[in-house]
Design a protein around this ligand. Sequence first.
Ligand SMILES: [Fe+2]
Ligand SMILES: [Fe+2]
Length: 161
Amino acid sequence: MNKFNNQALAAFLLPNSGEITKENIVTLLNTLIQKEHFQRDFYEWCHYMLPGPCGAALQDHVEEHMKDEMDHTKYLQRHIIHFGGIPILERLPVPKVESTLKAMLEKNLEMEKEAVQNYTDTISLLEPLKEFTALRVDIETVLSDEMEHVQDLERWLKECR
Ligand SMILES: [Fe+2]
Ligand SMILES: [Fe+2]
């Protein structure tokens, strides 16, 4: 069994455990899946609600982000099944924000920044473990999408002031 290198990260990502096993990696991946669903659902709500001409101009781009989040869920699901786990489908309620473009974009930006942090932490957790190399490589792909999402949202917030 491998011990976590970073106990603070381990406590955050995998409560109730001090070791990396396939079972608690499944728990971690399910937490990340639930966050992907959460972000996807919020993008969907924003896609319907985006107000004003700038909002209308962003609709297709927001839909692209929504599709990316669905792809991320698929990556994570594949690894969960490979590790003998069951991907969760339970959804969290969509966050309630003011129906202004600024409020919607700011909330999305906050969630994307959290995703970047979570995937960065997950990569550093998996880095020393050869048996999780394939998972780490997929998570690096997901992380690069999330970093692009952050850049897009920061740009849209500037353009749509
Ligand atoms: Fe994502
Ligand atoms: Fe994202």
